[in-house]
Each structure stands twice: as C-alpha cells, then as structure tokens.
Design a binder for this molecule. Structure first.
Ligand code: ADE
Length: 245
C-alpha cells in the first residue's frame, strides 16, 4: 500500500513512521509512506500557502492553488482510491473504517491547518473526510499519523502474528480482556488461576467473559450492538482454539 501525505508541517511526520511496526512494514515493502511539503507547491515568493478568509474573521485559510497543484502532481503519478482530508468535522475514525481503508492500494491524505482548507478543495477533490475524535488538534498531521498507524498494522504480513489484529479491541465490538505476564505473583497480587491452567477452552471462555464485562462497564453502546450479534461468542472461541490448540 502506498500512502502520500500533503502537509504544511512535514517535520511533524518524521518520527511516527520511523519506528516499530510501521518502520518494519516499510522495510518489508508492504507500506510506502511519502510526506510532501505543501510549500513546495506554492508559486508565491515566500512560499505562502494560507490567506485571509473572505467575509472576514480571525484565522487563515489554506489556499486553493498550492493544494490543487500538489494533488494534481501526485495524481499524475498514480491514481488514488481515496483522497482523505483530516478534519475535526469528518466522520469519526473507528475500526471498521480502518479495516476498509487497509484494503486499498493508494491513499492520499491531506492535513488541514489554520482555519482549514478552501471549501472548493473539499467539493472537487476530497473523497472522504476523517476525524480522529471530537477535539481540535493544531493540525491534521497527528491525526494522519494515527490513521496511518491504524491502517498500516492491518495490512497482511505487517504484524508478526497474522492473527493478532483479529483479536484487537473493537474487531468484534468488544474491548480486550485483561492480560498478565510474569511473575505469577507480585506483592500478593496474583494472576487469575485460569490463565495458568493450560485449559485453552476455559481460558478462551474466561477472556470472552471478561471482554463482555469490560465492554458492558465502559462502552454501553457497543455492548448493545454486540448482544444483537449472538454468533460472535462461538466465533471468538473457535478463533482462540485455532491459535492455541
Ligand atoms: N485536525 C484538527 N483536529 C482534528 C481531528 N480531531 N481529527 C482530524 N483532523 C484534525
């Protein structure tokens, strides 16, 4: 998968893709992330990319010309499945959206700054608008990094254990169950006996019950969605058996 990102602050995106899973994904040739500086597409003397908004009011708006030039330059090299604008008024990112986008070949992400981009770019180029939550960041770069991370780890072959993304919180509308590692006891705090039992069916059931309990407590809405889908408990147990038995 190829992901191009257009940004006025490319420095903000230097680190997130140079570590851990996304670094490995790129090294394996499964993911290619390229960041483009919007200022390189400005024809103005001081590489200006923003201007005052028509109608007055505080805050600058990202200008049409450099953004269009950047998009059209990239489109001349490849076609994009989606041109995504990161903005607090987009649809809120969730696991189904990440799953869907991880199946695409080429994505172009556009990071907003200041008051946002000229509306005509949204009307004529952007195919999807995504927010990472109902709060306002100082720009779309960190949101783009979150989106690339959520997508990148789902690309087949990126995670070592091919199955592990299947067990993430949210893949089945359930939050993840508690996890433990050594030592078995610390300051009298013990790991639940069932996890030491070696009985994978029981462990699977315990994990499922804990996931349900946690979801009921912390995500009432997802829990309601979940209980409308009674087949999932069987599916989860089946998946655990495949992995551990
Ligand atoms: N830009 C600023 N805030 C944002 C958010 N919450 N999500 C996506 N892009 C943004």
């Amino acid at each position: 998968m190829r992901i191009d990102i257009i940004s006025v602050q490319p420095g903000l995106l230097e680190s997130p893709f140079s570590h851990s899973i996304l670094k490995r994904a790129q090294a394996k040739g499964l993911l290619d992330v390229q960041v483009h500086n919007l200022r390189d597409f400005s024809d103005l003397k001081h590489k200006q990319v923003d201007d005052y908004q028509f109608g007055g009011g505080a805050g600058m708006v990202m200008m049409l010309e450099p953004v269009v030039k950047a998009i059209e330059h990239l489109q001349s090299e490849r076609s994009y499945d989606e041109i995504i604008y990161l903005t607090p008024d987009g649809e809120t990112l969730n696991q189904p959206i990440a799953n869907q986008l991880s199946l695409k070949g080429n994505l172009l992400l556009l990071c907003g700054h200041y008051k946002g981009i000229d509306e005509r770019i949204r009307e004529h180029f952007v195919t999807r608008e995504i927010s990472i939550g109902d709060y306002v960041l100082s720009g779309g770069e960190l949101a783009a990094a979150v989106l690339v991370d959520a997508i990148g780890r789902l690309i087949p072959g990126v995670l070592n254990d091919e199955t592990s993304a299947l067990f993430d919180s949210f893949q089945d509308n359930l939050l993840a169950p508690p996890v433990y590692t050594r030592p078995e006891e610390f300051r009298g705090w013990k790991v639940p006996d069932v996890l030491l039992s070696g009985d994978h069916r029981k462990i699977g059931e315990w994990r499922h019950d804990k996931a349900v309990e946690r979801t009921r407590q912390r995500r009432t809405r997802s829990f309601e969605m979940k209980i409308q889908n009674p087949i999932t408990k069987h599916q989860i147990l089946h998946a655990w058996m495949i992995v551990f038995c």
